[in-house]
Design a protein around this ligand. Structure first.
Ligand SMILES: *[C@@H]1O[C@H](CO)[C@@H](O)[C@H](O)[C@H]1NC(C)=O
Ligand SMILES: *[C@@H]1O[C@H](CO)[C@@H](O)[C@H](O)[C@H]1NC(C)=O
Ligand SMILES: *[C@@H]1O[C@H](CO)[C@@H](O)[C@H](O)[C@H]1NC(C)=O
Ligand SMILES: *[C@@H]1O[C@H](CO)[C@@H](O)[C@H](O)[C@H]1NC(C)=O
Ligand SMILES: *[C@@H]1O[C@H](CO)[C@@H](O)[C@H](O)[C@H]1NC(C)=O
Ligand SMILES: *[C@@H]1O[C@H](CO)[C@@H](O)[C@H](O)[C@H]1NC(C)=O
Length: 483
């Protein structure tokens, strides 16, 4: 009993020290507002966000100055700060609408780069933006990728210089990038990104879409059992390539895709499809999905725990999306991986701020799916430690106790089986690597089975993800509850 309490205490100390250390920049709750939509700037509930990004300025192809597409941009910052004075605003530049060749020409020429950089800083200051967010998702050659590195280098230098002469704080500089740091034609300039940008927005969605893929799919799957196209793989790749987790902000889609099923009776993920449904390209905002679901009497939403996605079915229309639970799980994932925060594309697609509230940890009335369940916590721990050395010694002790407990628990009556491959349907009772844990240990490991750690229901019962105790001793997989 004593050892168990010690372990819990030590683990909490470990966690709090760890998170304190990583908190140079506070947790980011960012959202893009796209000007060409039905939500006016004055209607934004800015209290739900720490950062709001106004999207998107284009590029004038003769002057390489910014072109501002809407009169709403100039009042954006003042307007959103009325409801939340501490919200930080960024001006987004580029994106899908921008002329690709103009971007290439700008980045490839030092005079054009200077013209662009100087104008971007001037425009940000003129309108009161506190940062600039650049997205060049079409830098489709390795030369362009190299030029992007140079651009970031010169941009940061200009920003530093400008700050020296002004009484204002230094502009934030970020970029929006694809899921993968290495693309067919080249790699993102990781080194320049690390040195010159505050963080990056990883647009972790659009892995599949109904125009290109003739099968139903989770377009923003957190995990994929049989492929490396998943948010988890993408995040791991950015970290592998040398960008610290603390520079990564996870993209959350507030939209989904509708496929037309080839055969309405085959309606699981991966079922044959014949193209987009409901809209021209199949894309639907969360708001539209909810409305369609209610008016058409959809089946679902169904939650798939392998991919972490919701989908619903209306006759031969099959729609996958991220609902309230999925958003919460992805935010928990971002915290668990010690990322810097999340960024939503885009806030106007939300339905009455339900997803924004779920992501931000605000209590909401709940969405289309389950409500949050959390068992009360009765632990009150006040620990003061003065030296790191003490912590290291205590961690060693904790590790020792855990090993002992695991060995002991093997002989207990309640049998809970752990198998990393179980979630992938590869469950094997005779697996020699399988360890048996007690219910108490597993309760701790999953933080008392709180909702975020539940991956879903499998054929063997509810499946939970380990975040706590077992993660601490280096195990990170899926637990299978098999009573
Ligand atoms: C904005 O969100 C906050 C937090 O959920 C909520 O308390 C507030 O009522 C919302 N305001 C509006 C205008 O929706
Ligand atoms: C681009 O800039 C040029 C030169 O400043 C200007 O004459 C032209 O009107 C601009 N084009 C657009 C579309 O704003
Ligand atoms: C894109 O910009 C290039 C020059 O940078 C110009 O020649 C071309 O017409 C532009 N394309 C469009 C669609 O505006
Ligand atoms: C890159 O994009 C430009 C503009 O769309 C196109 O003209 C060019 O052929 C593309 N290059 C490659 C290597 O795909
Ligand atoms: C900064 O101020 C100095 C002295 O006032 C001036 O010479 C320099 O040009 C200014 N630099 C910028 C980038 O404005
Ligand atoms: C999807 O398209 C591929 C390539 O065109 C084809 O081989 C495959 O049979 C198609 N699958 C379905 C389910 O239609």
């Amino acid at each position: 009993m004593v050892s168990r309490i010690a372990i819990i205490i030590l683990f909490h100390v470990f966690l709090s020290l760890n998170s304190h250390h990583a908190k140079a920049q506070a947790w980011i709750k960012a959202g893009y507002w796209y000007y060409d939509n039905d939500l006016r700037v004055s209607q934004i509930n800015s209290t739900l966000y720490t950062h709001l990004i106004c999207a998107a300025a284009g590029l004038n192809s003769s002057s390489y100055h910014l072109s501002i597409p809407s009169s709403e941009f100039s009042a954006f910052t003042n307007t959103v700060k009325r409801k939340n004075p501490s919200v930080t605003t960024l001006l987004s530049i580029g994106g899908w609408d921008t002329n690709y060749s103009t971007l290439s020409a700008m980045a490839g020429d030092s005079i054009y780069r200077k013209s662009f950089i100087d104008d971007s800083i001037k425009t940000a200051r003129l309108y009161g933006f506190q940062g600039l967010d650049f997205s060049w998702l079409s830098a489709n050659t390795s030369d362009n990728m190299d030029n992007m590195g140079t651009l970031f280098e010169e941009w940061r230098a200009a920003i530093v210089l400008e700050t020296r002469n002004s009484s204002l704080s230094e502009l934030i500089l970020t970029t929006a990038v694809q899921l993968s740091p290495t693309l067919d034609y080249g790699s993102f300039p990781i080194d320049s990104i690390r040195r010159n940008l505050n963080w990056i927005h990883v647009l972790a969605y659009d892995y599949y879409d109904p125009e290109w893929d003739n099968f139903t799919a989770a377009s923003a799957a957190l995990y994929a059992p049989d492929s490396d196209v998943s948010t988890d793989s993408g995040i791991a790749a950015w970290i592998d390539e040398g960008l610290p987790a603390s520079k990564l902000v996870l993209g959350l889609p507030f939209f989904g895709y509708a496929w037309k099923l080839a055969n309405p009776s085959e309606n699981s993920i991966g079922a044959p499809a014949t193209g987009p449904a409901v809209t021209k390209q199949g894309d639907m905002s969360y708001k539209e999905i909810n409305r369609y679901s209610k008016t058409q009497g959809a089946v679902g939403p169904i939650y798939n725990s392998y991919y972490v996605v919701n989908y619903l079915i209306v006759g031969s229309d099959w729609i996958s999306f991220d609902g309230v639970d999925v958003v919460r799980i992805k935010v928990s994932y971002a915290k668990e991986k010690a990322l810097l925060g999340y960024v939503v594309w885009e806030i106007c697609q939300d339905d009455n701020w339900v997803l924004s509230q779920a992501a931000g940890g605000f209590d909401s009335g709940g969405g289309v799916d389950h409500k949050r369940k959390r068992l009360p916590k009765s632990r009150i721990l006040i620990i003061i430690l003065t030296t790191t050395a003490a912590v290291i010694i205590l961690l060693g002790l904790a590790f020792y106790f855990i090993r002992i407990r695991i060995l002991k628990s093997k002989s207990k009556e309640t049998k809970l089986k752990v198998n990393n491959a179980a979630a992938a349907g590869d469950f094997d009772n005779n697996n020699p690597d399988m360890i048996v844990y007690s219910l108490a240990d597993i309760g701790k490991a999953t933080d008392h089975f709180i909702f975020e750690n539940k991956l879903g229901e499998g054929g063997f019962g509810p499946v939970y993800k380990v975040i706590n105790l077992l993660f601490f001793i280096g195990f990170h997989g899926t637990l299978l509850f098999n009573s």
